[in-house]
Ligand binder design. Sequence first.
Ligand SMILES: NC(=O)c1ccc[n+]([C@@H]2O[C@H](COP(=O)([O-])OP(=O)(O)OC[C@H]3O[C@@H](n4cnc5c(N)ncnc54)[C@H](O)[C@@H]3O)[C@@H](O)[C@H]2O)c1
Length: 263
Amino acid sequence: MELKNAVAVITGGASGIGEAVARSLAGKGVRVVIGDMDTKNLERVAGEITAAGGQAAYARCNVTSDDDVATLMDLAIEKFGQLNICVASAGIIKDGLMINLDKETGKVKRAMTTDQFKAVVDVNLVGSFITIREAAIRMANNGYQGLLVPISSVNKVGQTGQLNYSSTKAAIALWPKILVGEFQMRGIQNIRCVAIAPGYVGTPMVKGMNQEALAGILKGVHIGRLIEPAEIADIIAYAAQNEAIDATCLEITGGLISNGLAK
Ligand SMILES: NC(=O)c1ccc[n+]([C@@H]2O[C@H](COP(=O)([O-])OP(=O)(O)OC[C@H]3O[C@@H](n4cnc5c(N)ncnc54)[C@H](O)[C@@H]3O)[C@@H](O)[C@H]2O)c1
């Protein structure tokens, strides 16, 4: 795909990986539309992209809402005439053990609530589904050259303390094969799907984690540091340009060889 003048929609574009992807693609001539619940930072990111000579639009969007997501996709087409890249980067964590014992009594003191489980499924899994579906509908109907990018995680293998989060990321890692299988079955050749599974990236999400746990995790990372959001953005730009990358989930982990928690 030619990046210059392509159009990208990025959810979660007000922070972290989504913000870095928006900046990186805009710097390569892609016209970007960012959606997020955080309107203050949406405005900041879009303003900074525009000030740097890029083209950006934004809309407040809750990815769990069909209408919000459809409006975001339509905004891209109305404003910039097409839709080529869709990065579903909106996501949340609500970590905790499923059951936690009281040290004195040895009995269960706390448990993950249903809301704590469902909230993460709603944003990370259902929200990504709505985002990818709404983009795919428009790419298929209009014959746009398209790339769908759902975000998985290295924790798709199952991270202790992330029953809710890891469940969503394991599911998303399957999507490229499932969706491209559908496209192949129906003769849809213009849309590719590549999931990205980052390791630990220096974003507000990770900065909000238990820092002791994070220090333990970093001991198992070969490069010995957090990944920069821009390093994830680079891979997405590369995947957009290289048509041979398709129906796969790419891990970018800095060489994470143990998660530092599960023994
Ligand atoms: N940071 C990491 O180490 C890491 C690793 C693997 C995967 N990921 C995934 O990458 C994605 C981006 O994470 P990040 O680290 O940039 O996080 P982040 O917290 O910096 O950014 C996430 C953004 O999503 C937005 N958001 C949350 N709920 C939303 C909703 N319902 N609708 C719209 N926007 C919503 C937030 O406002 C925020 O701007 C997530 O899916 C995350 O699970 C992150």
